[in-house]
Write a protein that binds this ligand. Structure first.
Ligand SMILES: O=C(O)CCC(=O)C(=O)O
Length: 284
């Protein structure tokens, strides 16, 4: 079935130019309220029934809750519908200049009110078994999001630094040794020198999305709001030129993910396209 006009979204050239230059941008009013309502219900279902790779990042004794979960589309029909049948695959195609788009994975990141835990500064690509330019993240909030409630913030232009920094384990440090295998250099102390960087952030309403390049450094505060939730979903898409990368030290070595996912049959250099990374655009 083709998409309804509402599920199509044309990105102005100027927005794509800005994304390429800055490494991140915002799109306003991309998702209709039916998607927001549907995904709020679906997120609640996931929060009530965490998956096998789910992470509780909140430290014991701290208030709030910082919850992370991955590859949810594999077990939840609403997540599957959203990643494949909203306008987001087409949005990804336009930013990547791709003829075809496959879905890489989803990552749910919920920060309930009064959550102290930050999302540390990081780039995404060092965690991932993928290489190439046609890789993109779209971050969709299902609540209004501000700096105070933990909207994602970016270092302008950092995707062009020509660097891959060592990935950090978000909360669970037991996985830190795996990430060391990659041998990337340590991230400089961004917070201590924050005045040296230009930080981009936008206040978001449900229906708006952020788009970021996999090498752009990004971060989010905890959720200091006393009542406002911050339910965010990152969707990762790739184009036909992205390749599977078997280098050591990616999240594919996470034992809990390994248990959850089917055996990977892709070889180094293969196009990311398989049962696990399905084609989602064009839809016919
Ligand atoms: O939602 C967050 O706090 C962080 C999001 C993020 O790191 C990402 O989308 O790659």
């Amino acid at each position: 079935m083709g998409k309804t006009p509402e599920e199509s979204f044309t990105i102005p050239d100027e927005t794509i130019r800005r994304y390429k230059q800055d490494g991140a941008t915002v799109l306003r009013g991309v998702l209709g309220s039916h998607w927001i309502d549907k995904m709020r219900d679906a997120v609640q279902e996931i929060l009530d029934h965490p998956g096998g790779a789910a992470m509780e990042y909140t430290k014991e004794g701290n208030t709030g809750r910082y919850y992370g979960d991955f590859f949810i589309w594999r077990r939840n029909e609403a997540f599957r519908d959203f990643m494949a049948n909203s306008c987001l695959p087409e949005v990804a195609a336009q930013f990547m200049g791709a003829r075809e788009v496959a879905f890489f994975y989803d990552q749910l990141l919920v920060k309930e009110p009064n959550t102290k835990e930050e999302t540390p500064w990081h780039q995404d690509l060092p965690y991932w078994p993928v290489r190439g330019e046609q890789v993109i993240s779209i971050w969709a909030p299902f609540d209004a999001a501000t700096v105070e409630s933990g909207v994602v913030q970016y270092i302008k232009g950092s995707h062009k630094w020509g660097k891959m920094f060592a990935p950090k384990a978000f909360g669970d440090t037991s996985f830190a040794d795996t990430y060391k295998k990659a041998g990337f250099e340590a991230l400089p102390d961004i917070d201590a020198n924050i005045e040296d960087y230009e930080v981009l952030h936008w206040e978001m309403e449900p229906g708006d999305v952020l788009v970021h390049h996999p090498l752009t450094l990004h971060y989010a505060r905890g959720n200091a709001s006393k009542t406002g939730r911050r339910r965010g979903l990152a969707l990762r898409y790739v184009g036909e030129e992205a390749q599977y990368d078997t280098r050591p030290g990616t999240f594919m070595e996470n034992p809990r993910l390994k248990k959850l996912l089917p055996e990977i049959t892709l070889k180094d250099g293969d196009r990311l396209l398989s049962e696990l990374f399905p084609k989602v655009w064009p839809s016919t």
